[in-house]
Design a protein around this ligand. Structure first.
Ligand code: PEP
Length: 250
């Protein structure tokens, strides 16, 4: 399966800025991607449709940073899966640590979003990861177990394995400049692969597991080669076309 390089733009870039970055990125890459790589860009909702229309035929896929798990209705401020599909995007992030910790989303809600998005036809990158406090208390395994069990509790069946991706993002490494070391990444990804075996079953070898947390051009090529690392989820270093292009080509 191709490795995924994903860009989480968080609350950055209006439509004009998003289109400019996508156009510049495409120009640097000669409008094509290295073999065996897929690139998914997650702009803010307000820039999503402009982003999906930025290039007539570009090499990038697009996604939203969140959804609400209902078809439509009285959910002020929220966005449904069908609206995201209508904007031309195919993916959504669930369980990002900023939504868990700033917006207080719990595992149950992340699970509802994940299953509803998949059932509606969106592909999902579901994020998991421990805080520094949990790591230091030796709770890595327990935290990943609870997050994965509840996030993936009600997956629609059948589900082709390429539609569900897990991102391991240790909370203490997101936006902090601290990257997990290679051993930490290998250990966490091995735990996730093992847990997925019980939850998903036979197709687990085809489930891609991304690493995210202060990935930049300088460390991307080393991290992406580690065992069980099937791609990268990049925040800060994806905002500039030049640095993100280097990560894509790493
Ligand atoms: C993220 O937002 O998913 C992320 C990993 O951010 P950063 O690369 O800035 O740490």
């Amino acid at each position: 399966m191709k490795k995924i390089i994903a860009a989480n733009w968080k609350m950055n870039k209006n439509s004009k800025e998003a289109v400019e970055t996508i156009t510049e990125l495409s120009a640097i890459l000669n409008n094509s991607l290295p073999d065996e790589k897929e690139v998914i860009i997650f702009p803010p909702f307000i820039s999503l449709e402009a982003s999906t229309h930025a290039l007539v035929s570009g090499p990038f896929q697009f996604g939203a940073q969140d959804i609400y798990p209902a078809k439509e209705g009285a959910f002020t401020g929220e966005i449904s899966p069908s609206m995201i599909l209508d904007a031309g995007a195919a993916w959504v992030l669930t369980g990002h640590s900023e939504r868990r910790h700033i917006l207080h989303e719990n595992n149950t809600f992340v699970g509802q979003k994940t299953s509803f998005a998949l059932a509606c036809g969106l592909n999902v990158i579901a994020c998991v990861g421990e805080t520094l406090e949990e790591r230091e208390a030796g709770k890595l395994y327990d935290v990943l177990t609870a997050q994965l069990n509840q996030t993936l509790a009600k997956l629609p069946t059948p589900l082709s394995p390429e539609r569900l991706v897990i991102a391991y993002e240790p909370v203490w490494a997101i936006g902090t400049g601290k990257t997990a070391n290679n051993e930490d990444i290998i250990e966490a990804h091995a735990i996730i692969r093992e847990l997925l075996k019980d939850i998903i079953g036979t197709s687990v070898s085809q489930t891609r597991i991304l690493y995210g947390g202060s990935v930049k051009a300088e460390n991307a090529s080393e991290i992406i080669k580690l065992e069980n690392v099937d791609g990268l989820l990049v925040g800060g270093a994806s905002l500039k076309a030049e640095s993100f292009a280097k990560i894509i080509c790493a």
